[in-house]
Design a protein around this ligand. Structure first.
Ligand SMILES: *Cc1c(COP(=O)(O)O)cnc(C)c1O
Length: 394
């Protein structure tokens, strides 16, 4: 295959050339440590400050509420572990959902082993958190609610504003993992009453290994990485200056362009969804049809294994995923698909396609043609499918 069709933008994205250009001088020319005193380091410091201001503005925050981290996973770990530590005297109960990224779920499990109690909220069949269940779950000893802004597998966008109203009213902190949403849909921390927010550069055409945690002023959580005095003594370590500059540029481009890109991607996504559902029998769309990230489509095909489909798509130059890059290699079906109520045998046949601005209609048509071909081929080899056809039931 000479052409690569990359449809796994939820796993990571290609760095935008403008982003790369903005970063290069900070490797070779302005390589000073922004914490140094001399004038030469001033260029690096200024660039870090500017990126911080852009990122803060992009979520309606102030510059001194943005803390750079090594990515989304670190931000999620920090938000949960440090809140747990700082507020343990108020209570030891945390609320999250069954469909979070593993950076949240595994951190929550770690906290459970260390004396905290975690409630994992159910979601409805489209992956939406049920607000009345959230309300009921909040107790006097609840210290934190952590609910993702948009799901990385099925693309469902959670009702952040309504969640924020509930947590504010109950006096509980609200953290959101916005790694998948940041730069793709509008977010405003004041309007949505968000107290902490995780974001990561490489999901919006920025570099890998750079992220931030927004922490609302007044929240008393402490340093997660101990060492130097960087990030107002809350996150030690020499600044990743090129990464920070690139992240700032990626956010600027993503925000300037959001409406246009969102329209382009969602139209292409809808074309993809319609073709698959119309042309491939026994297929279903996972996630909410409307409250959905512009670039996400996630399907299940009955009577086939997602893994086999992925391998055959790969042989045709198509990069896709069965749900999450983090679960590939394990044979367990996605925890997200199980949480929306799919039985194991259906959840196994899942396929996630996530588009970018570079994706063309030809890419999508070619991909749908290949999926059709492969699904038919795999079903013809499947004893389950044979049984199903013989019985003539559905
Ligand atoms: C990718 C992702 C993460 C992890 O971010 P990294 O920067 O790769 O550590 C966390 N949460 C969600 C929802 C993600 O999609």
């Amino acid at each position: 295959m000479d052409k690569l069709i990359y449809l796994d933008n939820a796993a990571t994205t290609q760095v935008n050339p403008e982003v790369l250009d903005s970063m290069i001088p900070y490797f070779t020319q302005y390589y000073g440590n922004p914490s140094s005193i001399y004038t030469f380091a001033g260029n690096a410091k200024k660039a870090v400050d500017e990126a911080r201001a852009v990122l803060a503005q992009s979520i309606g925050a102030k510059s001194d509420e943005i803390y750079f981290t090594g990515g989304g996973s670190e931000s999620d770990n920090w938000a949960l572990k440090a809140t747990a530590e700082a507020y343990a005297d108020k209570g030891k109960h945390i609320i999250t959902t069954k469909i979070e990224h593993h950076a949240i779920l595994h951190t929550a499990e770690y906290l459970e082993k260390n004396g905290f109690e975690v409630t994992y909220l159910d979601v409805d069949e489209n992956g939406l958190v049920k607000l009345d269940e959230l309300k009921e779950a909040i107790r006097p000893d609840t210290i934190l609610v952590s609910i993702m802004a948009a799901n990385n597998e099925i693309g469902t966008i959670e009702p952040l504003k309504e969640i924020g109203e509930i947590t504010r009213e109950k006096g509980v902190l609200f953290h959101t993992d916005a790694v998948q949403a940041f730069g793709h849909i509008p977010i405003d921390v004041d309007e949505m009453n968000i107290d902490m927010l995780s974001a990561s550069g490489h999901k919006l055409e920025g570099p890998k290994g750079i992220g931030f945690l927004y922490i609302r002023k007044g929240i008393k959580i402490r340093s997660f990485i101990h060492g130097g005095a960087q990030e107002r003594q809350r996150r030690a370590g020499t600044h990743n200056v090129p990464g920070i500059v690139g992240f700032g540029m990626a956010a600027k481009l993503a925000l300037d362009d959001m409406e246009k890109r969102s329209k382009y991607e969602s139209e292409l996504r809808d074309h993809l969804i319609e073709r698959v559902l119309n042309e491939i029998p026994h297929s279903r769309l996972n996630g909410d049809r409307i409250k959905r990230l512009p670039n996400n489509a996630n399907f299940c095909f009955r009577f086939i294994e997602g893994e086999s489909l992925l391998i055959l798509l790969d042989q045709n130059g198509i990069c896709a995923s069965s749900g999450s890059a983090c679960t590939s290699g394990s044979l367990d079906p996605s925890h997200v698909l199980l949480a929306i109520g799919l039985p194991h045998e259906i959840a196994h046949g899942s396929l996630r396609l996530t588009l970018s601005e570079q994706t063309t209609r030809e890419d999508i048509d070619y991909t749908v043609d290949k999926i059709k071909e492969i699904v038919t081929r795999l079903r013809n080899m499947s004893p389950l499918y044979e049984d199903f056809i013989k019985k003539g039931s559905n």
